[in-house]
Design a protein around this ligand. Structure first.
Ligand SMILES: [Zn+2]
Length: 151
């Protein structure tokens, strides 16, 4: 995976290219044709390397942007989840936990909202669909909202 070393490599290739260009300028084209051709080939190759390395850097930046977006989304929804016992829930208009339960481990560790489900073989517990963490059923149960009083 490209990283900060790739940027270093790209800069180094660009420096090589610059040095060759400077050498060509200083030589005032008094070089033999064969020598000039060789220097030009070196120059083109150094520029091509720099280009490839910069493509890697660009990909890396795009990947990082994606991660930043995911983290921002998780951060923004952090306020919307409230903890009760061993699970997280959406908050109702009063800020009280309500609805289906989300994995405490996934939310606190990775900022990921993962539903807890009942195991058909083990109805006393709930399991995270993502990390497999098990929770005691009564400490992570779904919260059914109280019925609105009829007006
Ligand atoms: Zn989990």
């Amino acid at each position: 995976m490209p990283d900060i070393a790739t940027i270093g490599a790209a800069l180094s290739s660009l420096k090589t290219a610059t040095d060759i260009a400077k050498f060509l300028r200083a030589s005032d084209f008094n070089l033999k044709k064969a020598e000039l051709k060789l220097k030009m080939a070196d120059l083109v190759s150094a520029l091509a390397e720099a280009k490839m390395e910069l493509v890697d850097v660009q990909e890396e930046i795009l990947e990082k942007d994606k991660v930043i977006t995911e983290l921002k989304e998780a951060f923004e929804s952090k306020d919307q989840l409230v903890r009760r016992y061993d699970a997280y829930y959406e908050a109702d208009s009063n800020g009280a936990p309500v609805g289906i339960s989300y994995c405490l481990r996934c939310w606190e560790g990775d900022h990921k909202k993962r539903q807890l489900v009942c195991d058909s073989k083990d109805r006393m517990n709930r399991t995270c669909t993502s990390c497999g963490q098990r929770y005691e059923g009564r400490r992570s149960s779904e919260i059914i909202p109280p019925k609105e009083p009829e007006s």
